[in-house]
Design a protein. Structure first.
Length: 209
């Protein structure tokens, strides 16, 4: 699957092993989610275009490269996606942040939008959807659809752990969206949890049950 990228960087894998541990505290879990997001952001933005510039150093003029006016937006899916935002903003201080809130309809089991707040110029920006877990793919697919309806042309999805079911749904509904994962796990259980996964990311980030 050409648009699926699973990172094998040792730092990401090391932090992921602690993240999965059921005895890891909420404080450490939150910190790790932010750190992993920062490391993944470094890789997921590798294809940003650059332009040549001249910079005057204290010694001479240096020929350098900088990002070529690319406008980006980070779009967390509430609430667990919030845990990934700080690490990404630390890497890209000029990025704008939008928010998507979804809940699952108990009858249809499909995601329903209850909150959608984007930067005014979102149609001119590339968007990176962030959510720690790509399970069924329902929320991620819905978020991508809402962004497309808002005029966004280029979308990426960044999750820490994904299940094959979620990846397949994204490929089926949004084959143009690149997916970035720290790990692709085995399957979903009957409750919709990723196996082996790490439990409920939102509960572990915010210390709720």
């Amino acid at each position: 699957m050409s648009n699926l990228h699973v990172f094998d960087h040792p730092l990401i894998q090391h932090k992921l092993s602690i993240l999965r541990d059921k005895d890891t505290s909420s404080k450490v879990f939150r910190e790790l989610v932010g750190e992993i997001a920062m490391l993944m952001c470094y890789e997921a933005t590798r294809d940003l275009p650059l332009e040549e510039v001249e910079v005057e150093t204290p010694v001479a003029v240096a020929h350098c490269r900088r990002i070529a006016g690319k406008k980006l937006a980070v779009v967390p899916i509430l609430r667990a996606g919030l845990g990934m935002v700080e690490g990404m903003v630390a890497m890209m201080p000029g990025v704008k942040v939008g928010h998507v809130g979804l809940y699952r309809d108990p009858e249809t089991l499909e995601p329903v939008k209850y909150y959608f707040k984007m930067p005014p110029d979102i149609a001119e920006r590339d968007a990176i959807i962030v959510d720690p877990m790509l399970a069924t793919g329902g929320s991620a697919a819905a978020a991508a659809q809402f962004l497309k309806e808002a005029g966004v042309k280029h979308i990426k999805l960044m999750s820490i752990i994904g299940a094959p079911e979620g990846v397949e749904r994204m490929h089926a509904e949004h084959p143009d969206v690149d997916i970035y994962l720290a790990a692709l796990d085995d399957h979903l259980n009957e409750h919709g949890y990723i196996v082996p996964g790490l439990g409920d990311a939102g509960d572990r980030i915010f210390g709720t049950k």
